[in-house]
Design a binder for this molecule. Structure first.
Ligand SMILES: Cc1cc2nc3c(=O)[nH]c(=O)nc-3n(C[C@H](O)[C@H](O)[C@H](O)COP(=O)(O)O)c2cc1C
Length: 308
C-alpha cells in the first residue's frame, strides 16, 4: 500500500484532506457532474468547479477556443450560471459525493469576491474555495487583482474573513516576479496556492485579417506552458510555507511527478481533460505505479525531491 493522501490546508481548523494529489482544474471539468457519467470521479483527489461569479455571465463573443502549435487559447470570459444556481443545482449533488469539491470563484470587484464567498458559506458539498485572481480574458477584475501584490493580498484577506472554508489562491503567471505575489497572498492568510492560470496570448486568422478569438486576447494553456508553470512552482516552493498545487499542462504521470518533485503537494489536470476524460485518473494510476516501482510508501517522499 502507498499513502497518496495530502493535506492541503494544514493550518486551517477544518483542513482539506485529499485521498490523493490529483485534482481537476477549473473550467476544464465543468461541475464534475458531466464527467461523472464517463469516469469514476470519486477516485479523484478533488474537483475544482468552473469559475463562479455573483451573477451568471454569458462570457465573451465567439470564437472562444483556438488551437495553437502546442496548446489552446481560450477566451471563455467566465461564462457561468452564477453562485445562486451553483448552490441550488450543483452543491446538493456534490454533497452526496466522497470526492471533495472546491468552488472556484471570481469577481469584478473585491466586494464581489466577498459576496460570493459569503453566499457559499455553510453550503453543504463545498470543501474549499479557490480564488481566481488570474483570469486573463475578462474586461475587469480577474487578472488585475493577481498582478499586483497589494490587491492580491487584499482579495485574499477579504475572502479569508468572509469564509470559514480553506482558501486557495490561484495566481497568474503574467507577472515579472511570481514570488512577490505569492508572498503577499501568504502573508494575507492563503491556506494554499494554485500555480498557474493561463498565459495571455493571441492568434490571427490571416484569411479574415482579424484576431482569431472574438475577444482578441485569450489565455494559453497546454504543453507550451508547462516549463513556465514548473519554473514558477519551483521558485515559489522555495519561499512559502503553504502547500502549492501545480497546474500547467499536466497530461500524464511524468508531468505530475515533475511538479511534485519541484515542490508541489498536489496537481491539477486542465486542458488534458478536453482530449481525454480519463486523463486525471491515468495521471493518478501512473503516480501510484511510479511509487511502487521506486518502493516509496508515502507521497511526501516525492514532494520537493528535485530541489536539492
Ligand atoms: C477552457 C478553459 C476554461 C478555463 N476556465 C477557468 C476558470 O473558470 N477559472 C480558473 O481559475 N481557471 C480557468 N482555466 C484555467 C485552468 O484551470 C488552468 O489553470 C490552465 O488551463 C493551465 O492548465 P492546463 O495547461 O493543464 O490547462 C480555464 C482553462 C481552459 C482551457
Amino acid at each position: 500500500m502507498v499513502n497518496l493522501s495530502v493535506q492541503l490546508a494544514p493550518s486551517h481548523p477544518k483542513g482539506l484532506l485529499l485521498a490523493n494529489p490529483v485534482m481537476t482544474a477549473s473550467g476544464t471539468f465543468g461541475y464534475g457532474i458531466e464527467y461523472s457519467e464517463l469516469i469514476d470521479i470519486q477516485r479523484l483527489g478533488a474537483i475544482v468547479c468552473k469559475g463562479t461569479t455573483l451573477k451568471s455571465r454569458e462570457g465573451n463573443p465567439q470564437p472562444r477556443l483556438v488551437e495553437t502549435a502546442s496548446g489552446i487559447l481560450n477566451s471563455i470570459g467566465l461564462e457561468n450560471i452564477g453562485v445562486e444556481a451553483v448552490i441550488r443545482e450543483k452543491a446538493p449533488i456534490w454533497a452526496k459525493w466522497e470526492v471533495p469539491v472546491i468552488a472556484n470563484i471570481a469577481g469584478e470587484t473585491i466586494d464581489e469576491y466577498k459576496e460570493v464567498a459569503l453566499r457559499l458559506e455553510s453550503t453543504p458539498g463545498i470543501s474549499g474555495i479557490e480564488v481566481n485572481i488570474s483570469c486573463p480574458n475578462v474586461a475587469s477584475g480577474g487578472m488585475e487583482f493577481g498582478t499586483n501584490p497589494k490587491s492580491a493580498a487584499e482579495v485574499t484577506k477579504v475572502v479569508k474573513s468572509a469564509s470559514s472554508l480553506p482558501v486557495l489562491i490561484k495566481l497568474s503567471p503574467n507577472v515579472t516576479d511570481i514570488r512577490e505575489i505569492a508572498s503577499a497572498v501568504c502573508e494575507a492568510g492563503a491556506d494554499a496556492i494554485t500555480l498557474v492560470n493561463t498565459l495571455r496570448g493571441m492568434a490571427i486568422d490571416i484569411n479574415r485579417y482579424q484576431p482569431s478569438l472574438g475577444n482578441t486576447v485569450g489565455g494559453l494553456s497546454g504543453p507550451a506552458i508547462k516549463p513556465i508553470a514548473l519554473y514558477m512552482v519551483y521558485k515559489v516552493a522555495g519561499i512559502v510555507n503553504v502547500p502549492i498545487i501545480g497546474c500547467g499542462s499536466i497530461n500524464c504521470a511524468e508531468d505530475a511527478l515533475e511538479f511534485l518533485m519541484a515542490g508541489a503537494s498536489a496537481v491539477q489536470v486542465g486542458t488534458a481533460n478536453l482530449t481525454s476524460p480519463q486523463a486525471a485518473l491515468d495521471v493518478l494510476d501512473g503516480i501510484e505505479q511510479f511509487m511502487k516501482k521506486e518502493n516509496m510508501k508515502d507521497l511526501k517522499a516525492i514532494v520537493g525531491k528535485a530541489r536539492g
